[in-house]
Design a protein around this ligand. Structure first.
Ligand code: SF4
Length: 319
């Protein structure tokens, strides 16, 4: 087994899980267990300033501020399961389907809209035959999106097998992979993964999920350079207290572009229960976006979007 693969698997085993691990690691006694269990990979934890309780990376993984629940927030704001004609496949738009490729994530983000998702009932790998039949019978589908959880929590071997099965469906031209693992555990970008993504006959789009320039470590920078042959995009979630300033969003866009990644989407928060304190109002988000447009070149300004099923259609919808 290659060293990089060993490193990644070692790193994924040794993550901070729960309040006790965090209190030990950060040498304080302020963390408490919470409904979406704390999970922080060491590669990410090492980027957190231990002396700063307001560190923007820390705030994403630990609920330090719990607000009273609001009727606007729910356990499953997007109700993905309602758009699953077969288990493990979500079909909202005619030309593309999303597969729940894994229930596992390298990190638990406290704003995650899928934190209450029925993963047990929607595992794409174990339901592959039904999924393949569905895709083959819908020839208008030309793009498959791997999501989760995080598809890069699968081993390279499982991912390779899945990509090969997708490649065998002749009307699929594009493979899109959404991942936060590649950002928070750069050791996940193994040579085998790079070779797999560079060699598939499908057009590959890798959508990285990064919310703050502090997440983009030197280790990530050197790993992501190996993926220059494929299309690299980023999507962020606009999070109060984490990245809701023009300065922070500008730094993120510029750093991404330096690494060959286009800032593509800036998502408004999906209103999942427990994430109330991350909400940036529509008005503030619009103002922020306008200021960003004045400050940055157009290609550095991500599109401000809201996922479908949210109450307003004023915004561009993300997919
Ligand atoms: S990595 Fe993505 S899917 Fe996993 S907890 Fe974070 S936001 Fe949710």
């Amino acid at each position: 087994m290659a060293q990089a693969q060993r490193n990644w698997q070692h790193n994924s085993r040794y993550t901070l899980k729960g309040a006790d691990d965090c209190n030990d690691f950060f040498q304080i006694d302020q963390f408490e267990d919470q409904s979406f269990p704390i999970k922080i990979p060491l590669e990410f934890a090492n980027l957190i300033d231990k002396n700063n309780p307001d560190d923007p990376l820390l705030k994403q993984v630990v609920n330090t501020q719990v607000l009273l629940g609001s009727d606007e927030f729910s356990l499953s704001p997007l109700e993905d399961e309602k758009h699953a004609p077969v288990a493990g496949l979500i079909h909202k738009y005619p030309n593309r389907v999303l597969l729940i490729a894994s229930r596992v994530c390298a990190i638990h983000c406290q704003y995650c809209f899928r934190q209450n998702f029925d993963y047990a009932g929607h595992d794409a790998l174990s339901n592959w035959l039904a999924i393949e039949n569905y895709i083959r019978s819908h020839v208008q589908i030309n793009e498959v999106i791997l999501s989760g959880g995080d598809p890069l929590s699968l081993s390279d071997e499982k991912l390779q097998a899945l990509i090969h099965q997708i490649e065998c469906i002749s009307h699929i031209k594009t493979l899109r992979i959404h991942t936060r693992s590649a950002v928070v555990t750069p050791s996940r970008i193994t040579d085998q993964l790079v070779s797999m993504l560079n060699s598939t006959q499908l057009n590959v789009v890798l959508v990285l999920h990064s919310n703050h320039a502090n997440e983009l470590s030197d280790q990530f920078a050197s790993a992501i350079k190996k993926l220059k042959e494929i299309t690299l995009l980023n999507q962020s979630v606009l999070l109060k207290g984490v990245n809701d300033t023009v300065q922070i969003l500008s730094e993120l866009s510029i750093r991404l572009f330096d690494l060959g990644i286009l800032p593509y989407y800036l998502h408004l928060l999906d209103k999942v229960s427990g994430a109330e304190h991350f909400l940036v109002s529509d008005e503030s988000a619009t103002q922020l976006h306008q200021q960003l447009k004045k400050k940055l070149s157009g290609y550095l300004v991500p599109r401000l979007v809201r996922d479908e099923n949210a109450e307003s259609k004023t915004w561009v919808e993300a997919d």
